[in-house]
Design a protein around this ligand. Structure first.
Ligand code: ADP
Ligand code: MG
Length: 457
């Protein structure tokens, strides 16, 4: 179907047909059927919902999925925007779509399965190098369906923060969704898995949970260090059973972790030996040449050519890819706002707050608490309190964001450090700051500056 020749209504109905299979019945009936297609023009599709809750919920959980389905229906890329409109008519049954439907990829209900994917974490945006060659090769092997005498399941990828584990895991998911849409796939962060299982136990619907996780062809579990027994043995046990069911039926299992299997705090030694029974690949910090290659690729996807001496300057700030990527984004934003060419002098000036060179240290929550309380002039007690006044809430959100980016502490631990809040407050805060950073350069600048400060001993 060609977007130019179709009404928003027709395209939306066609996308709805696919969405129905992807989002789960509850979400479909309560939210999706009430969405109103408002307009389509200049590559933007505007959808209307009746309230702020539905808007936030769609944006935070389903935007990539909705966008993918609409792109598929339109046959061309469209950006999706969600807005609140007054009158949302009662849902009408979807009309039969005239377009032949491409078989829909199986992404399981997010209540019990997948965490949304970042559309940028694909293989074509991943730079292969000495630091990650083995992990990359095995990930690609699994994405293509495995086999050929390589024992790659379970695949266990481990390495430090910000070195591309999540990017690789999600690249497998994107590849499978694109090339083998019939394979059922779940990508889940281990922490989400733990929260889901605890909730399912509380709500008494563990069988639905099990059915979802045990009925997949490719099971991708990110950051398995969080399965560790601190939540009680129940989640570990549940993980073990799911793992075994999939393992015994020859399904693909890929896990990532910040530790090798022998470093994990797990109670059940059988689980550890299972982790070690397939392929184990580590990702090391990339050297400066690889870091330059990564920056170059990021810049070219952003549509900008950056001189090599500038890339070299940025690559020398630190080994942490997430940080140098942030520096590159700040620089690109500055140059485009000021209309200036990107030269080494400009880069040095704009990025002067990033301490360059060696000597970065591992950031702890205490470092972050101190940094934020000094910077914003609020006491550590206030930061750790439940107070909701504006001058405290924003610094606290920034603190949680930094903790999430720079430490490997769990959501639970970060929540405790900032007012005894639970994991969802931390996710909410991080989401808030990320969204702000997408539109507000001042926040990008602030966050980057704080990040570089806290990493400098
Ligand atoms: P981890 O999960 O290991 O903490 P991420 O996968 O979140 O790290 O990666 C952090 C950032 O660095 C992401 O923006 C990712 O795209 C980028 N990145 C890491 N390694 C590479 C690579 N080899 N090529 C391209 N980008 C990379
Ligand atoms: Mg990760």
């Amino acid at each position: 179907m060609d977007a130019a020749g179709s009404s928003p209504e027709m395209l939306w109905q066609s996308a709805l047909g696919t969405l129905e299979n992807m989002v789960g019945r509850l979400a479909y009936e309560t939210i999706f059927r009430c969405i109103r297609p408002l307009s389509l023009g200049e590559g933007e599709f505007v959808l209307g919902v009746s309230n702020q809750f539905a808007k936030e919920w769609l944006e935070s959980r389903y935007l990539p999925t909705v966008t993918r389905c609409l792109n598929q229906a339109a046959g061309e890329p469209v950006a999706v925007r969600i807005t609140i409109c007054d009158a949302v008519p009662a849902p009408s049954p979807p009309i039969e779509s005239q377009a032949p439907m491409v078989p829909s990829p199986v992404v399981l209900d997010e209540n019990f399965g997948s965490t949304p994917l970042n559309p940028k974490y694909t293989f074509d945006r991943f730079v292969e190098g000495n630091s990650n060659r083995f992990a990359h090769a095995l990930a690609l092997h699994v994405a293509r369906g495995g086999g050929a005498g390589v024992q790659a399941t379970p695949l266990f990828i481990w390495g430090g923060v910000g070195l591309g584990k999540t990017h690789l895991m999600q690249a497998i998911a994107h590849h499978v969704l694109e090339h083998q849409p019939h394979r059922r796939i779940v990508y889940v962060q281990a922490e989400t898995f733990v929260n889901q299982i605890l909730r399912a136990i509380r709500d008494g619907n563990t069988s639905e949970f099990r059915a979802t996780h045990r009925n997949v062809d490719v099971w991708l579990v990110d950051d398995v260090q969080f399965i560790a027994a601190k939540e009680g043995t129940r989640s570990e046990e549940e993980f073990f059973h799911t793992f075994n069911t999939l393992y015994q039926t020859g399904k693909h299992i890929v896990m990532s972790s910040d530790q090798p299997p022998r470093g994990l705090r797990i109670l059940d030694e059988r689980l550890r030996s299972r982790f070690e029974s397939g392929a184990i690949a580590d990702i090391k910090p990339p050297d400066v040449v690889e870091r330059i290659a990564i920056l170059q690729k990021k810049a070219s996807f952003a549509g900008t050519e950056v001189p090599i001496d500038v890339l070299d300057h940025i690559a020398n700030i630190t080994w942490n890819i997430r940080t140098i990527e942030g520096a590159l984004i700040s620089l690109l934003a500055y140059a485009s706002l000021q209309g200036e060419a990107i030269t080494l002098e400009v880069a040095q000036e704009v990025l002067k707050d990033y301490a360059s060179g060696e000597g970065k240290h591992q950031v702890t929550l205490d470092n972050i608490v101190k940094l934020i309380s000094d910077r914003f002039g609020i006491s550590k007690e206030d930061l750790n309190s439940k107070k909701r006044s504006r001058n405290i809430v924003f610094p606290r959100q920034i603190a949680m964001y930094l903790a999430r980016q720079l430490t490997s502490d769990s959501l639970m631990v970060i929540g405790k450090a900032f007012g005894g809040r639970d994991h969802s407050t931390v996710l909410h805060s991080c989401g808030k700051i990320s969204r702000l950073m997408a539109t507000d350069d001042a926040t990008v600048g602030l966050v980057n500056e704080l990040m570089s400060q806290v990493q400098t001993p």
